[in-house]
Design a protein around this ligand. Structure first.
Ligand SMILES: NC(=O)c1ccc[n+]([C@@H]2O[C@H](COP(=O)([O-])OP(=O)(O)OC[C@H]3O[C@@H](n4cnc5c(N)ncnc54)[C@H](O)[C@@H]3O)[C@@H](O)[C@H]2O)c1
Ligand SMILES: O=C(O)C(=O)C[C@]1(C(=O)O)C=C[C@@H](O)C=C1
Length: 309
């Protein structure tokens, strides 16, 4: 690759929350970039046309990528390999292939296996909601949010720079990281919190009828916040846990040990242990807020667009 490539045409494969939001964000922040898109689901393609998520919605992945200099795969992580195989023969030489998957090592492996001769720069915008599908996307999703790029050591610097500039242009802050490290960090900050939410809401749903209806009736802040997270897309999260198995199991082991220690403190009436831990965790919350990282999403990310009414 010679010189820094200028991105003039982005193809988006998968037109749900992430794909739709990228299309709308390009229209808002970089209207000079042409966009094409494809989704395997005909109803999603139809809705994407109606909402003008991209400039042109095509009826095949090959047509969608034929003139692209950047292709972004926005499908569940378990489908990345299939999506890459479907575009293999139609990709222009020199196109950058990227993705938005929530786990990175397995996606990097799948993309490399499907597209061994192409320039692959995996990415993960750490921005989302519990909504999914073509109705869920909005142009502001990535503003003031991190986008983590996980290029392989031999990835061309110019392509990494071009992709960084692309995401900065949509309003994101960009950080580079190894894929394995990404998967460990995100296991703690995103994957295990989702697992905990799925568990606690699942526990409530297993209670006897009367108790369950009371849980729903009286659910205030804590449980209600968990139900939002536990409403996240089942296919997406199934794939995240299957593809980030090692890091999730490692962190889950530590979490289980800490939970057991807390259980012992409660059983023994060890108020000091409980108070010490809660003081430590409160300090973490305060330092997140001091760093200006407390949900930098604009309000409409949660209310107007999240559908959580
Ligand atoms: N939802 C979030 O909060 C969030 C945040 C960051 C990253 N991600 C990642 O983004 C990706 C997409 O998630 P989403 O929330 O947009 O999901 P989504 O369900 O809203 O959209 C995914 C779309 O991909 C389509 N699809 C599936 N297989 C396909 C294929 N082979 N070819 C073309 N289209 C295909 C589906 O029909 C669907 O419309 C996932 O990898 C997820 O891990 C999600
Ligand atoms: O805010 C939410 O609803 C999210 O779950 C978004 C969230 C996260 O855990 O922070 C979920 C998965 C992603 O890969 C990135 C972002």
């Amino acid at each position: 690759m010679s010189g820094t490539p200028v991105i003039q045409h982005v193809a988006i494969i998968g037109l749900g929350l992430l794909g739709g939001s990228i299309g709308l964000a390009i229209a808002k922040h970089a209207p000079g970039i042409a966009t094409t898109g494809y989704d395997t689901d005909p109803a999603t393609r139809e809705k994407a046309r109606e909402r003008e998520l991209v400039g042109t919605v095509l009826d095949s992945a090959a047509e969608a990528v034929a003139a692209a200099d950047l292709v972004i795969l926005c499908v569940p992580v378990g489908a990345m390999g299939f999506a890459a195989e479907a575009i293999c023969d139609a990709l222009p030489a020199g196109a950058i292939i990227s993705d938005v998957g929530s786990s990175k090592q397995s996606v990097a492996d799948a993309l490399k296996a499907a597209l061994p001769d192409h320039c692959i720069i995996p990415a993960h915008p750490v921005a989302g909601t519990e909504q999914s599908g073509p109705d869920a996307g909005f142009a502001e999703l990535f503003e003031h949010r991190w986008c983590i790029l996980t290029p392989a050591d031999d990835a061309p610097t110019e392509a990494v720079d071009a992709l960084s500039r692309f995401w900065t242009g949509l309003g994101s802050n960009v950080e580079l990281m190894g894929a394995e490290h990404h998967d460990l960090v995100l296991a703690v900050t995103s994957h295990i919190p989702h697992l905990i939410a799925y568990t606690i809401v699942g526990t409530a749903s297993d209670l006897e009828d009367v108790t369950r209806s009371e849980v729903i009736k009286y659910s205030a802040g804590g449980f209600r916040d968990f139900t939002r997270i536990a409403a996240s897309d089942p296919t997406m999260w199934r794939d995240v846990f299957l593809t980030n198995k090692d890091a999730v199991l490692e962190m889950l082991g530590r979490f289980t040990e800490d939970l057991t220690a807390l259980q012992r403190a409660i059983r023994r009436g060890d108020g000091d242990a409980l108070h010490d831990l809660f003081t430590k965790t409160r300090a973490i919350r305060r330092s997140i807020i001091e760093q200006g990282q407390d949900d930098a999403r604009p309000d409409f990310g949660r209310s107007d667009h999240s559908g959580d009414h």
